[in-house]
Design a protein around this ligand. Structure first.
Ligand SMILES: NC(=O)c1ccc[n+]([C@@H]2O[C@H](COP(=O)([O-])OP(=O)(O)OC[C@H]3O[C@@H](n4cnc5c(N)ncnc54)[C@H](OP(=O)(O)O)[C@@H]3O)[C@@H](O)[C@H]2O)c1
Length: 328
């Protein structure tokens, strides 16, 4: 299977490294970062392009753009791993639309286009008989969408609750363990590279809300948008609240919760008993599915990271390769 890879940062390079290490029958024929691109119908040498990116900061030649690659390159599946833009989903949304319209499969780790335009993108993919997959957009390495669609196919999903943001979970874990203030724990998270320079999206619960929208729309076809989620972040959680919880053998976690009936989409800090399945520590994510046949299931795993996110993207690609691309 031939893929075009747009974005060559943490996730893009993680994908290239895994494909260089393992013979998965997947070849990158086109690649772009923000400044340059490279097209080779015979397959790009991944070792050389990783070395070039490290030495020069660019993956290819200036003048070859992501837009040109999407429109003209020869590939079976587009892999869109450029930065998330939750305002309008661009430029990823246009990249994915163009690829689907050309009859190419699309795989992305980018939450923007999926949160904003999932129904339209799905309709476009269905009309062209191709796949749109986005496993890496929610809870990184946890294969939540494959589980929902295949492992639990035939179930009705009554509710979904989870710890979906590693930055918030790290901050809350450290505040409880060390009695740190919110600002001290945030500074520590920044120093360790777990929090962005601007952590607003994470700590105000917006990142969790976006993931909740993607999950709810995928499961129930709601057509929900970000403003439909009732959101409270963790930036006002005090050490006193945590120590009070501690006294009752409880702790606080930022929980994203989607319930089908009565319909509810909510992100808020919640007091949970320490032995609750969603009480995970550090940057881990956890997600509980409440289903009618299988009962309750909880998945725990890494929500981010270069190789962890590559795992989800490559899982999607292998699904497409085996179901739609592989020859007889
Ligand atoms: N990192 C994670 O653990 C993780 C987990 C789940 C989901 N995600 C999502 O996955 C996506 C990629 O994340 P990341 O951590 O790899 O980001 P990153 O390290 O910032 O890399 C982004 C890459 O996209 C390139 N880029 C920016 N604008 C572009 C454009 N218009 N056309 C082509 N390439 C463009 C950048 O180019 P330059 O190299 O030239 O700057 C860079 O190579 C994001 O949407 C993120 O939210 C990430």
């Amino acid at each position: 299977m031939k893929i075009a890879l747009l974005g060559f940062g943490s996730v893009g390079q993680g994908i290239a490294r895994v494909l260089a290490e393992r013979d998965l029958g997947i070849t990158i024929t086109a690649l772009a970062d923000s400044k340059s691109g490279i097209i080779d119908p015979n397959g790009i040498s991944l070792e050389s392009v990783l070395a070039r990116k490290e030495q020069t900061g660019s993956c290819g030649k200036t003048g070859i753009t992501a837009e040109e690659i999407v429109r003209t390159a020869d590939y079976d599946a587009l892999v869109e791993v450029t930065p998330t833009n939750v305002q309008d989903g661009e430029p990823a949304l246009s990249h994915i639309r163009t690829a689907l319209a050309r009859g190419k499969h699309a795989v992305t780790s980018n939450k923007g286009p999926i949160a904003i335009a999932l129904p339209q993108l799905r309709a476009l993919a269905q009309g062209r008989g191709v796949q749109l997959r986005y496993e890496a957009t929610v809870c990184g390495a946890i294969p939540i969408f494959h589980t929902l669609e295949h492992g639990l196919g035939g179930n009705r999903f009554l509710a979904i609750r989870g710890v979906m943001n590693g930055t918030c979970n790290y901050i809350l874990s450290r505040m409880a363990a060390e009695g740190l203030t919110y600002d001290q724990a945030l500074m520590e998270a920044r120093q360790l590279g777990y929090a962005e320079a601007d952590p607003t999206y994470d700590v105000r619960g917006i990142d969790t809300a976006i993931k909740l929208v993607i999950l709810a729309n995928s499961i129930w076809g709601l057509g929900a948008r970000l403003p439909d989620v009732d959101v409270t972040g963790i930036d006002r959680v005090t050490p006193e609240a945590l120590s009070l919880a501690e006294k009752q053998d409880c702790t606080v976690r930022l929980i994203g919760e989607a319930i089908q009936e009565p319909s509810l989409l909510r992100v808020s800090p919640r007091i949970l008993s320490k032995d609750h399945p969603l009480v995970v520590y550090g940057t881990l994510n956890a997600i509980t599915l409440e289903t009618d046949l299988a009962g309750e299931l909880t998945f725990i795993g890494k929500g981010a990271g270069s190789r962890e996110t590559a795992s989800a993207v490559i899982g999607d690609l292998i699904f497409i390769r085996d179901c739609y691309v592989k020859g007889p």
